[in-house]
Design a protein around this ligand. Sequence first.
Ligand SMILES: [Zn+2]
Length: 297
Amino acid sequence: MRWRTVATLVTWLSTAVSAAGQAPRADILGALGVDSLGGAVRVFYSRGVAAGEAAEVQRLVESCVAKYKDAISNIPPVTVAILDSAAWIRATRAPYGIPHHNPAVTPVVVIVPATSAAIASAGVPQDQAQRFFRLLALHELGHLLKFAAVGVDRTSITMETRWPVPGWYREFAAEYFRISCLTSNDAALGASPEWLRSNRPTYTLLDDAERLHEKRNADGTPYLGTPAYWTNFSWLEHVIAEAARLQHRRLGDGFVALLREQWQRSSGPLTTQAVIDDLTRSNPELARWLRGVGAIQ
Ligand SMILES: [Zn+2]
């Protein structure tokens, strides 16, 4: 499970990276000199990524778009880049290995790493770890689907502030879409309740997620990036991913309708309590599960 700890904490950062405007544009990808696959979703890929592996990512992203195209009419065109560190540095200012996307360009660029050195040491077969990271392209697509579902302008830099939802729910939504577009075999890579119980850190509330981002150390330096931060935050990401998986089992394709209902109802920031109430309507067990692992009170 340790490898997934790394994977999930990385996914959280994707939102912050795209908001900071560091993500690449499609025209830069063309100048990288890497191979690409044409199609509804174009995929650029560095040497070291087999054409068949790039094609798998392409197939899954294309079928995810196809799956939602009737329910969500304004899904933007997407390009995916699977880059090694050399190409990554030329394409984006974000640190290597953090999947992210640039929603403000057409087509939207989703960028995922070709390799994943950080998790190679976690005792997971490297091909499995790499595949997991490459398939996080679906998580990035999930962020786009959420905003497209409610009609928020993806090119707006205030996208996240136009619909303020708790930080954990942004990740929940992206994870929900990712899980809904994977085969059951892929989706089985979740955290067990036993793991969550035996690895419980200091901060376990869903709302702690936001506070961890803002927290400072005693000397005033950001808490974000410290080992303690990762311990707490990666645990919360496990909970969020697992909650999304449990919810998907009950709600299935009904999540788009729920997002729209929440959007239409909201006159201010959506609270964690309101979200939990919404989710437990279709999944009464969810609140009990979240309480059991210490994520809500
Ligand atoms: Zn994310």
